[in-house]
Structures are given as C-alpha cells and as structure tokens.
Ligand binder design. Sequence first.
Ligand code: FAD
Length: 431
Amino acid sequence: MTVIIDKAKCIGCGACVTECPFEALDLIDGIAAVDPQKCTDCGKCLKICPTEALALPDKPKKKMASKESDTPKRPLSDIAKDNSPDSKKASEGTHGEWTGVWVIIEYINSKIAPVSWELLGEGRKLADAVGCELCGVITGYELDGVIPEIYAYGAEKVYVVDHQVLKDYRSEPYADAMTDLILKYKPEIVLMGATSMGRDVFPAVAAKLQTGLTADCTVLGIDPDTKILQQTRPAFGGNIMATILCRNKRPQMATVRPRVMAMPERVEGRTGELVREEVHFDEANIATKVLDFIATDAKSAFLDKAEIIVSVGLGLGAKRNLVIAEDLAEVLGGTIAGTRGTVEAGWLTHDQQVGQTGATVRPKVYIAIGISGAIQHLVGMQTSDFIIAINNDPEAPILKVANYGLVGDLFQIVPALTAAFKKRLQHGVAN
Ligand SMILES: Cc1cc2nc3c(=O)[nH]c(=O)nc-3n(C[C@H](O)[C@H](O)[C@H](O)COP(=O)(O)OP(=O)(O)OC[C@H]3O[C@@H](n4cnc5c(N)ncnc54)[C@H](O)[C@@H]3O)c2cc1C
C-alpha cells in the first residue's frame, strides 16, 4: 500500500516532495507521483499538502486469534528459494506490508535467556506506539514446554520453528530459519538480546536481508509522526548518545543487552495465536558440527545475575587495596566488579568489567568505590535498582546517578561501612 494521489487536486507545489523523509515522492509533469518501493505510509505528506490531494489507503484489520493458526504450512525452504538474495531483498515491496514487532526468544541449553522477556516488555511498548501486534519467535528443538511462557510475558502470537537440526545453536541454520520467517511474514521491527548468540546470528540475518541493524541499544522508542523505530546507543567511544533510524529498509533490527530493559510482569495463563513453521534442513549441508560442550567458569556469567555488586575504580590506588572492597563484598554477599581502568591495570579480569565494553548489570544494589562515572561505565550500570557511590570528588559524574553519594576518602568510608554492616548482620538485622 502506498499514498494515494488525487491528480485532479494536486497543484504541483512540491511541498510533499520536500517533506517526505523517504524520498518517495517526486513531481512528474508537474504532478506528485509516489515510488511504491519507498513509501512507508507514514502520512507526513498528507499533513503538508495544501489541497488535500493525498490520502492513505485503509489498512486491513489484524487477525487476533487464541487458537492455533490456520496459516497454510509452506516449507520455509521453499520460501528461501523464492527469496534468495538474488531474487528478492527484504526491503522490496512497500514498507506498509511490513507490520508487527517481533522478539527473537533465545533458547539455548534448554533455558530461555531472560533478556528475551525484557525485550517482550519493551516490544509491548513499541507495538502499542505503532499500533501493531507483538510476536515472539522461537527456533530450536522440542520447544512445546516453553511456548506458554512466551505468552505469559506478553506475546500475542508465537512463531515456532522446531527441528532436530536446531537442537544445538549454530549460526547457519538459525540464521536461515530466522531470515526465512522474516521474509515470509514481514515484521516491521525485530529485536534480539545482545548476547553471544544475538551478536552472532543477528548480523548474519541482517546481512541476508540487506537491512540495517543497530547493536547494543540502550533506549528504544517510536517517532510519533513517522512511526519509525528510534534506536539509541552510545557512539564515538560513548561520548555521545546517537539515535539511529532505519528509514528506507525493512525490517528495522536492533539488539539490546541483558538487564538494560526492565523485566515485564508475567501473567500466568495468558494465551495467543500459534504459528508452526515446517523446515527441511539437511544436516549434510550444514558446515558446522557440535562435538562437545565445555562449560566456562567465567565470573561475568555470574556478574550478570548478581544482586549486590561491589565495584571498584582506579580511586583504589593499587591492587593490594582490593581487599577493602572484598571485605565489604563478603559481608554483604556481593560480587566484585570494576571499571575498565582496573582491568587494564591488571587488578581484575575482563569478565569482571562493567560498562560499554564489559558487562551490563542491573543488581538490586551497586556500590561504586572510587569510580569517576565515565559514560562508558554508566551505560553498564545506571539501571541498577539502588546505587551507592563513594568518591572524594563532589563533582564526580557517578554521584549524579547515585541514590546515595558518600563524598570523602574511600579508605575511611569503606572499612567503616564494612564494620557497620558486619555489626548489624551479627545482631540479626538484615536491612
Ligand atoms: C571505547 C571505550 C570504551 C570504554 N569502555 C569502558 C567500560 O566498559 N567500562 C568502564 O568502566 N570504562 C570504559 N571505558 C573507560 C572510561 O572512559 C573511563 O576511563 C573509566 O571508566 C574510568 O575508570 P575509573 O572510574 O576507575 O577511573 P577514574 O576516571 O580515574 O576515576 C577514579 C575516581 O576515583 C576517585 N578517587 C580517587 N581517590 C579517591 C579516594 N581516596 N577516595 C574516594 N575517591 C577517590 C576520583 O575522584 C575519581 O572520580 C571506555 C573508554 C572508551 C574510550
């Protein structure tokens, strides 16, 4: 669908041509003409036209069902053939055909990555702002047990690709399954967690679709006029926050790190539409084979889930002073983390680093000791529930995001805090 032009009313003023953010309008023989490949039905041209020569077509109502879909099951591999990069690009067709917000639900080692639920919460807000439906997409093997959870966290519809070949995560078949689903159903926005899997598969999907992907967004929104996804993330080494738009291609794709968005409410018993897609993978054609899994003991995996984090910065002065923070962490049952400065100094390991190039954390309590609060650090911890900062510089940026700021010498404050907590806990007062 594209904008409809009433040639009898058009006076050829060109206002719509200048106004169109997608360069979809032009004057041909003095009359406005629309390029259906570029028009997104955003409606901006309607508002500027002085003669009301432009109109939007009525969109068909979306189907909402509470039972399994009667969508004909066409093998995705057929779609893949039709949609090979040479025959069709994701951005072909009008943008009006692309509708819905999709969240890729990450299911790995028989567990759902919690960021998937966080994104369903965020996806709900986006879908409401656009006026479209929110869908969950899950690829893997033996998935029936987890589908009710996807509805519980807010999806109205769930697309499932369940196949033995998808039992263990591998880029190739996962990227193929996601690409084919997107080409078949044309969602307008697709979100995924910036996890190891998301960072691996999503760029491959975006490249196959020849559309844009904004990684590591910290804020997502919808432009009220154009309904385009506003994807905000730190840029230029974190010195500015850039809002990125994907104006001319669809779908609009973004990843968000775990714990950046809030966990939505889980509503037991919520249901929705289910769409199962058949796939025909041939194992012989997949280059990678999973031979074994070797579990890592990386501390960052734990950092991600820690409820209390005691985080240190260069204000600590030397590695030997880490003991001050470790004592506090031990009393509180917390986990030690730090800034990039402390990692570069060799005091901590990279999997303990919080920030733009480290982990994003959202603990109940984040205690920042001798940390200045550079933007690259703040983006990794500022959504913590409660922040306590200890710094001898009253102008330190960390104090601006802290709930409690203790201005003074950390070598006096931290041992005093540790002693006070120890005393309270010994007397059975936990908070
Ligand atoms: C591309 C890029 C990515 C980056 N990624 C990250 C990242 O992921 N994570 C990260 O943390 N940084 C990152 N950085 C680095 C970041 O810009 C800062 O340099 C770093 O966070 C500063 O670390 P800091 O707070 O430990 O040290 P400083 O900035 O040196 O701050 C030390 C603080 O300690 C205070 N202090 C000193 N002595 C005392 C005392 N006795 N008592 C109390 N307070 C005291 C000082 O007032 C000061 O505020 C990145 C930088 C770039 C360019």
